[in-house]
Design a protein around this ligand. Sequence first.
Ligand code: HEM
Length: 397
Amino acid sequence: MPVDYDPYSDAAMTDATGLYRDLRAEGCPHYMEKYDAWALARYADVKAVSLKGQCLDFTHGQTPGQVLLGEAVLESFSTKNGKEHRQWRGLIANDFTLAAVEAQKPRYRELARRLWSELRPSGRMDVYGDLANRFFCINAGHKLGLPADEAEKYRGLIDNLLHREKGQVGATSERNQQAFAQLTQELAAYIQKIRADPSLASGYTRIYMEAEIDGRKLTDDELLMYLITLMVVGSETTPMVIAAFFYYLDHHPAQKQAVLADHGLIRQAFLEAARFKQPSNMLARKALTDFEVGGRQIRQGQGILFLYASANRDETQFENADSFDIFRQDAEPNMTFGLGSHVCLGKHVGIEAGVIIIEEILKDISDYQIIHEEVVPAYGEHLAGFISMPMTFTLKA
Ligand code: HEM
């Protein structure tokens, strides 16, 4: 019997871990007739297809909703193929290299310290909402030239954009649509302001406003889609990993004590949290050509789901894949940041800033306890993990 898998079923949107195990056990890509699309659950299949860039079409979008349901595509470099993708991504890629991120670490640390110092006296916080999500919105805004208070306004809008009601299929709710309309309006007003006075433009906004490739400049509508993409992509994922870091360590007291005693372990614990609870649950594209993978023939135009969260739990890739183990020897390679031409651009930002935020917290506390009854798991097709992680903590004497 083939597995009954629909990424929009309540079971899959609540927690797909068991379904992913069953899909991997099928031993090949899983066909979803309803969407004329394939779900890749096994590490080897996700890897093989990720490396077939010339067979993949990103122009129909990258999210499950865009590829399976035909939702509107936000056209930015992420939704371009081949050379065009490389050229437009390449305009800001230098700012994401490890060396460039190293140079930004003092700014990350200062911001992390400032936000944490506001929370420290209370002995309690939601590490996702009060700290990590704030940090990454302010950081994304900063890179677009937006002041911190303005960037923070977008936090709630991004949450509302990604929110799913029980059983909701796609970004169809009033809450999603209002959030998108407001985000669009606010950023369109920002573009108008800098068009009127270009000296106000900075960061990636300036780069994309001034860029000309093959004699073509971005229109205001296109620039808007770039800004929305760059505001949204980095803001949820790393905070979810930080939430998972605290959550799973709290469930594994010996590992927690080891990290509290030796902050040199923070990085590997962060990376294990990202493998174990991969936040970008799945992404999608269409097939540009016919090709074969895992014994199945994919046809041109069919959708393909890359189930990254499943690949990261593949028992043929990771020993005891379903165990959270910060000391595992087989942590790399993994699918946390994807693979191939559209591999995560912000990988080093996520890791370095994520580690710094955790270092700043752990420097000051001797222990913490998760308030389990108040933890909020993410619900929906797109993201997996936690979107609220309340905890109490004890400050060092
Ligand atoms: C731990 C945190 C993060 C995780 C797990 C993550 C994961 C991913 C994954 C899996 C992809 C591949 C998308 C695909 O397959 O289509 C991706 C793409 C991307 N990520 Fe991240 N990401 C993280 C943090 C960030 C941050 C902090 C930024 C920005 C500062 C960022 C910016 C991007 C961009 C721009 C792309 C699109 C790349 C392209 O299409 O060329 N990410 N991310």
